[in-house]
Write a protein that binds this ligand. Sequence first.
Ligand code: ACO
Length: 309
Amino acid sequence: MTNADFEKIVDTSDEWIITRTGIKERRIADNSITTSDMSVAACRQAMDMAGCSNDEIELLITGTVTPDYRLPSNACVVQEKMGLPNAAAFDILAACAGFLGGLSIAQSYIETGKYKKILVVGVEKLSSFTNYKDRNTCVLFGDAAGAVVLEASEESSGIISTFVKSDGRYRTLLWSEIGGSLHPHQQGVDPLGRDKIMMNGSDVFKVAVREMANAAARVIKDAGLTSSDIALFIPHQANIRIMEALAKRLHISMDRVFKNIDRYGNTSAASVPLALDEANRQGRIKPGDHIVMVAFGGGLIWGSALVKW
Ligand code: ACO
């Protein structure tokens, strides 16, 4: 879906969207394609790349705010569709930080020796949850999935440090008011769009820059490194201006910040694994490189991970 497509449905312009967000187009899944379908496609590619069989997966974590059903979890649907007989499967609800939250849980399970092979998926069909009458939000979002296989290893490479933090006082900056137990869904569509994503963009922007910078600095410090040791930063693709402000705070140039927001928009929990995969396939990450992934989302919640490739 291009910016020109949005010019036809809301009062906006290609120029406004590019200048304010950096987005040119986003991918929108067909009606027949669900969040679990996209998860399965990403999991299969990750498992092929890792040379890993279905039997080996002991845990499947998906980060999503757009599961196929309210109950059961997306992870259980994916488990059934893929056939993962030896896995436990659950979702985490950490919005755009869902993938990094999942990575942090997986890291802990592997370090304690409980599981040896874990699939972590970040996935969203945000088009099912977007108010296409609200120009403040609808131009931002797209659909996507990304997955990684994590395994226990004696090698010095891998996840070095992770960090997750939240502040529920900001919960109404980015939320969906109707559809939970407090205000259950009524018949029909809410005329005010309160059953869809609602956001105070400029306030989210400020917290996002500050806390993503803190989260990135934290994992770098915990690893005993400095920002000059980091070959590539892979931030949540929410807005190009947020990424530029983040780079400024971290005193790094934009050529060490991976960007693909122009083609996908904000894909929430899928954004970081999607960017990681593209950076890897483009040869932007070399063995031995240190990379930092960092994200924030509705909650507000934010997280980061430092990986030695
Ligand atoms: N087209 C044209 N004008 C628009 C549009 C649009 N699509 N959207 C908003 N405007 C208007 C506003 O109505 C406002 O007009 P007004 O001054 O007459 O009231 C004006 O543009 C400026 O609005 P701001 O909100 O101040 O614009 P800002 O520069 O802050 O950009 C944006 C808005 C892009 C949303 C920005 O604040 C942002 O990216 N914030 C962060 C959002 C984010 O990253 N969310 C991520 C989490 S998503 C998740 O967790 C699922």
